[in-house]
Ligand binder design. Structure first.
Ligand code: S3P
Length: 172
């Protein structure tokens, strides 16, 4: 079985995914890192030089590849499920379970503020209030995709260890 973690930027997909993969002795794949390796270019640079639409096409192409992986934990990009028919591909994939890591707006904005330079969609936001407002609107648009996941887990106030335990209990 392969487990696909989805959720907004800063929801902990990579951190939780890595720990879950160790617990289950599965392979771990960070989708942004996979795409960067394939393209030999950082995501930030792809956005800058080729634009977001080009990046979204790459995501669709590489998503089809990674959904074939066996016994893996895949941490997708925050936007991956929200374009084209990507979420349908995830839901219909054979032997794949998807999990939405649901995190509140205050938690996301507190986590993302210092890291926003790495993320092209939020790099221009220069106050906590502006970031929180952006996340609120963006999350509202994206929720209908995230909610199609097989499982949904609230992450606020829980440690990585507690979340891994909860995921194992739900999925295995
Ligand atoms: C994006 C999220 C990022 C990365 C890109 C776009 C998004 O991944 O794919 O910057 O549209 O939400 P993370 O969720 O891993 O930060």
């Amino acid at each position: 079985m392969t487990i696909v973690l989805i959720g907004y930027m800063g929801s902990g997909k990579s951190r939780i995914g890595l720990e879950l993969s160790k617990t289950l002795d599965y392979k771990f794949l960070d989708f942004d890192a996979y795409l960067e390796e394939k393209e030999q270019m950082p995501v930030k640079e792809i956005f800058k030089s080729k634009g977001e639409l080009y990046f979204r096409k790459l995501e669709a192409k590489y998503l089809a590849e990674v959904l074939q992986l066996k016994d893996s934990i895949i941490a997708l990009g925050g936007g991956t499920p929200c374009y084209g028919d990507n979420m349908q591909q995830i839901v219909n994939a054979v032997a794949v379970q998807s999990v939405y890591l649901k995190t509140s707006i205050p938690t996301l904005s507190a986590r993302l503020f210092d890291e926003r330079a790495k993320r092209p969609l939020i790099a221009h936001l220069d106050s906590n209030a502006a970031l929180a407002e952006f996340i609120g609107k963006h999350l509202f648009e994206r929720s209908s995709f995230y909610m199609q996941a097989d499982h949904s887990i609230q992450t606020d106030g829980k440690s990585v260890e507690a979340l891994v335990e909860e995921l194992v209990a739900r999925l295995i």
